[in-house]
Structures are given as structure tokens and as C-alpha cells.
Design a protein around this ligand. Structure first.
Ligand code: C2E
Ligand code: MG
Ligand code: MG
Ligand code: MG
Length: 281
């Protein structure tokens, strides 16, 4: 192929590109149908206290089992939902389902992810308010997780939405901190209620010398702003120990539990006399 000129090369790639585009279109069509039929599922991953291993909350995560194909990763279908105008409907479905389910767990807090596309919609705070009203959910126990991109690009709009959401009583967490171009400036001006350190930094603890220093710097930054820190993607005892020593107050990851059904979360409580305590190294 190397000796082909640029022109024949692009011709060579064209059918592949079409196949890709077609597959994407089919994904979008199937996703639309799945959302309309309410076939998406919501799973819950435990969040534990770094002090004693007790489960303190859950993060709701969307799951899609595509008919005839099997599970599709949220990293694939969330971006599709974003670009095809389905994200509002999808996001509200997840929020509604999760808020309803939260009633089963009086002692737990709930986190739900919000995409930039949802947050961009001026009606988003009203939509959240309506879900809270319908489900009679405990708004003070609910945190909406967002990534930084939107805040950087639309500072004023974001501030207005955040203020409206806060008035409803919900909290707002900054998700995936350390994965992008995180800057100190916007951390200060938005006053997030919690920071979640991206799993890439946690995993780097195992093999990159500088990762420990970066972790310390990140937690120190959060502390200087009075923002509590959750570490996500915790997979090993060594990571958990390091994170506890550094001052993260909450841990989340496969070490404690994969995202699971609501019934499986109930099972955790039954396991240890309704206390659901994970052992910490
Ligand atoms: P996220 O919000 O940062 O969620 C954490 C992701 O890390 C989840 O991936 C979770 O399964 C995974 N994870 C948790 N513990 C570990 C671990 O110990 N090791 C590893 N390797 N991974 C771990 P998931 O469920 O595939 O979701 C990926 C992303 O898709 C989420 O990242 C979130 O940004 C987005 N997403 C998922 N559900 C929703 C939703 O309902 N709405 C929106 N807007 N986005 C969602
Ligand atoms: Mg999240
Ligand atoms: Mg995250
Ligand atoms: Mg993420």
C-alpha cells in the first residue's frame, strides 16, 4: 500500500469510512429505540468512606445491552447520545430511575453523571427539579457529576445553571479531575462541592514515580479550596492505602465493588448486619 499515491490511498480508505459511518448510524437508531422503550439499565457502584470502609454512597452508571449485539460501553453510547440529541432524554431517564431507587437506601448518597450537552440546555435545572418532585428524592443526598470541559468554555452560562441547581439542594462534583487540562482558576470560581480524581492518576501510582507527587499536589489543591476528594478507579490495597494517607475521604473502584444492580447493593447491606463495611488495608 505504501507505494500507492495519496489519491488511490484515500480511495482505498473510503469504503471503510462508509462502513464506520453506517455502523454509527445503526448504533444511533438502536440507541434511540432503546431509550424510547426504556431498555437502558442503571447500575450502581459503591463509594466507601476512606476512614472506615463503610459504604456511604453509590454512583449511578448507565448500561445498554444492545439487542442482537450485547453490551455497548458508555464511552461509546454516551458520545453518540450527545451528538444525536438523545442525551437529554437519556440523562433524565437515568436520573429518574436512580432517584427512585435511592429511596431503598436511606443511609446512602447518590451521584449521577451529567453530560455537557445536558448542562448546556437552559431547561436542565427545571428538568432536574421536576424529577426531584416526581420521585420525592432527598435532594441534599444527590450529587451531579460533571467534567471540566463545559465550565471552561461556557463560564457564565455554567455559573447560572450551577446556582439554579444549588437552589434545588443538590450538590455538584467535578468528575475526572486530572484527566484533562484542569486549571486552578475555574476550580476556584465554580466552588465545586467535591472533586473526583480520575482513575488514570490512581492507576499511574503503580508505575510512575511522579504520580505520587501529583496526587499530593492535587489533594493539597482541593484542601486549600475546602473541597473533599473522592478517588475513583481504586483497584488495589496499595492504592487505597496511599489514597487514605494522602487525605482522600472517599474511595471508589473495583477493589470495593464493580457497578452492580440495585438488588446487589441491597445484598451488601445484608452481608454485614446491614452495615456494608469493606475491609481496608
Ligand atoms: P465516570 O463518571 O468517570 O465513571 C467511572 C467509570 O470508571 C465507570 O465506567 C466505572 O465502571 C469505571 N470504574 C470504576 N471503578 C473502576 C476501576 O477500579 N477500574 C477501572 N478500570 N474502571 C473503573 P463506565 O460505567 O464504563 O462509564 C464510563 C463513563 O461514561 C463515565 O465515567 C461517565 O462519564 C459516562 N457515563 C456513564 N453513565 C452515564 C450517564 O448516565 N450519563 C452520562 N452523562 N454519562 C455517563
Ligand atoms: Mg462519574
Ligand atoms: Mg470519573
Ligand atoms: Mg469519565
Amino acid at each position: 500500500r505504501a507505494k500507492d499515491g495519496g489519491r488511490s490511498r484515500s480511495e482505498y480508505y473510503k469504503p471503510e469510512m462508509d462502513a464506520e459511518r453506517e455502523e454509527r448510524l445503526h448504533l444511533e437508531i438502536d440507541l434511540r429505540i432503546a431509550i424510547e422503550r426504556r431498555e437502558l439499565m442503571v447500575v450502581y457502584q459503591p463509594v466507601v468512606s476512606a476512614a472506615d470502609g463503610r459504604i456511604v454512597g453509590v454512583e449511578a452508571l448507565a448500561r445498554w445491552n444492545r439487542k442482537g449485539h450485547g453490551p455497548v460501553s458508555p464511552d461509546v453510547f454516551i458520545p453518540i447520545a450527545e451528538t444525536s440529541g438523545l442525551i437529554d432524554q437519556l440523562g433524565l431517564f437515568v436520573l429518574h430511575r436512580a432517584c427512585e431507587t435511592l429511596k431503598r437506601w436511606p443511609s446512602l448518597k447518590l451521584s449521577v453523571n451529567v453530560s455537557p450537552g445536558q448542562f448546556r440546555d437552559p431547561a436542565f435545572p427545571q428538568n432536574v427539579a421536576s424529577v426531584l418532585r416526581k420521585t420525592e428524592a432527598r435532594s441534599a443526598d444527590i450529587t451531579l457529576e460533571m467534567t471540566e470541559g463545559y465550565f471552561i468554555q461556557n463560564a457564565d452560562r455554567a455559573k447560572t445553571s450551577m446556582a439554579e441547581l444549588r437552589r434545588l439542594g443538590v450538590h455538584i462534583a467535578l468528575d475526572d479531575f486530572g484527566a484533562g487540562f484542569s486549571s486552578v482558576g475555574y476550580l476556584r470560581q465554580f466552588g465545586f462541592d467535591r472533586m473526583k480524581i480520575d482513575k488514570s492518576l490512581i492507576h499511574a501510582l503503580d508505575h510512575e514515580r511522579s504520580a505520587v507527587d501529583m496526587l499530593h499536589a492535587t489533594v493539597a489543591l482541593a484542601r486549600s479550596l475546602d473541597i473533599p476528594v473522592t478517588a475513583e478507579g481504586v483497584e488495589t490495597d496499595a492504592q487505597a492505602l496511599q489514597l487514605r494517607l494522602t487525605g482522600c475521604d472517599q474511595l471508589q473502584g473495583y477493589l470495593f465493588g464493580q457497578p452492580m444492580t440495585a438488588d446487589d447493593i441491597d445484598g451488601l447491606f445484608q452481608r454485614d448486619e446491614r452495615r456494608a463495611i469493606f475491609s481496608l488495608a
